[in-house]
Design a protein around this ligand. Structure first.
Ligand code: AMP
Length: 444
């Protein structure tokens, strides 16, 4: 953890301890929040190893999405910090380690395998319902907490792995394709949900068998078996599990069973009662507990939604912000603004999407784009209004790797004309890129 880590304290906030594990592109350390004493896992990624020159927009979006998926069986991402060379993901600590360390000791009993499979399917379903796909479900990503409940890690972070593949560098170190769906292997372009279901099927097989369904010393042979879904269930698999596996490990994603259907199967439902998700805990209670532990993003988001002052948000987050934004002058953001002219909103979209949306709006309301870069857009009318030509400026500030603050203001022209345009056209059109308005009282 070298330079940013004075003694073994990271960012004045986390006391960093032993290394928990090592992935292809990250090291994971145990750490403790100095203020709350909460145990966390910190995943450290060398920026230049994964993405050559900073977080790219796709990754930022994936991280912001990951923050949306709060579920008792998903490792929570508490915060993201960065320095010039490293990114730190502060994650919920899964004390029980990897589920597959258990399997390595021998196959699991049917009831235990079912419990983990249920937790896996319910959490994957939850993510899918929010439009998030893992795309890289495999043993290393399945951890356990201190109560032997399953915790999926890296949900949403698979973009990191994707970018790794795209740059070609680490392609050969991706390891076994054992968990990957046939349509992913053939690179046809695939449906993330269907591909995740396939991986869940492979995981169920492994839990119950203690070995992989598609397995061969020759990699080409593994590929062939996966494409044909050629696998054989051991004789101790109950009939219901065999039937289920045949429907999950269907090489055709179009006919592959859906999660809804999996959940209807009596074998899956066994033991489910009264809204528990199979881990013996009410999901809501778990979430509530977590939210009192630390200042979470959802609390921050809440503040914005309630229209509380952005400066409070900035103060809360100032340390992270400064560490993220070398040479980024925050002072301008703390100044009082002319509430009549300026509107601010937060977007979890990357800057280029925000700019594209603003350009679309400009064209719709017949403004010309006068100047554009990734942080700023100046738009101008083509005809003279009551008080000259109407011009609108928009500026994008990176709040965190996940959130952008967008400021829009009338640069010139008639205020009334601007207000009309704002109300009628601009504001409604912005809806699909807005995470939250900064203080509804500032709206026109
Ligand atoms: P990864 O790069 O995610 O594959 O992480 C490497 C290893 O670090 C994993 O296989 C785990 O053993 C460990 N690890 C990752 N995340 C956590 C976590 N949230 N809690 C505990 N251990 C973790």
């Amino acid at each position: 953890m070298e330079s940013e880590n004075k003694g073994n304290v990271l960012m004045l906030k986390y006391e960093v301890g032993r290394m928990l594990g090592k992935g292809t592109f990250a090291k994971v350390y145990y750490a403790r929040n100095l203020k709350t004493s909460q145990s966390v896992a910190i995943k450290v990624i060398e920026k230049d190893k994964v993405m050559m020159g900073g977080l790219n927009d796709q990754i930022k979006r994936e991280i912001s999405v990951m923050r949306l998926v709060r579920h008792p069986n998903i490792v929570e991402l508490y915060e993201v910090m960065a320095t010039k060379s490293k990114i730190y993901f502060v994650l919920e600590y899964a004390k029980g380690g990897e589920l597959f360390d258990k399997v390595a000791k021998g196959k699991l009993k049917e009831d235990v395998a079912r419990k983990y499979f249920k937790q896996l399917i319910t959490s994957v379903d939850f993510c899918h319902s929010r439009g998030v796909y893992h795309r890289d479900l495999k043993p290393e990503n399945i951890l356990l907490d201190e109560n032997e409940n399953l915790k999926i890690s890296d949900f949403g972070l698979s973009a990191l792995a994707e970018s790794r593949r795209q740059d070609g560098l680490l392609h050969t170190t991706c390891g076994t394709p054992a968990y990957v769906a046939p349509e992913v292997i053939s690179r046809k372009g695939y449906d993330g949900a269907k591909a995740d279901i396939w991986s869940c099927g492979v995981i169920l097989f492994v839990l119950m068998a203690g070995y992989l369904p598609f397995h061969d010393p020759n990699l080409m042979e593994v590929y062939r078996k996966i494409r044909k879904a050629e696998f054989k269930c051991p004789n101790w698999f109950p009939l219901e599990v065999r039937r289920l596996l045949v429907r999950i490990l269907d090489p055709n994603p179009n006919t592959r069973i859906t999660i809804t259907k999996i959940m209807e199967i009596p074998w899956f439902r066994k033991g489910i009662d009264g809204g528990m998700n199979g881990n013996g805990k009410e999901p809501q209670a778990e979430t509530d507990r977590r939210e009192t532990n630390a200042v979470s993003d959802s609390q921050i988001i809440n503040m914005i939604e309630k229209g509380q002052d952005i400066r409070k948000l900035m103060n809360l987050n100032a340390f992270g912000l400064i560490s993220l934004s070398d040479g980024f002058d925050l002072s301008g953001m703390f100044e009082e603004t002319d509430h009549k002219r300026e509107t601010r909103f937060i977007s979890s979209q990357p800057a280029y999407t925000i700019i594209a949306k603003l350009e679309e709006i400009a064209s719709f309301i017949k403004l010309k784009v006068k100047k554009k870069d990734c942080g700023r857009l100046e738009m101008e009318g083509t005809k003279l209004g009551k008080r000259g030509v109407l011009a609108i400026d928009a500026e994008i500030f990176e709040l965190t790797p996940l959130f952008n603050l967008v400021e829009m203001r009338k640069a010139s022209g008639d205020t009334l004309e601007y207000h009309e345009l704002w109300k009628q056209d601009i504001r409604p059109a912005l809806n699909d890129i807005i995470w939250a308005w900064q203080g509804e009282q500032q709206q026109h």
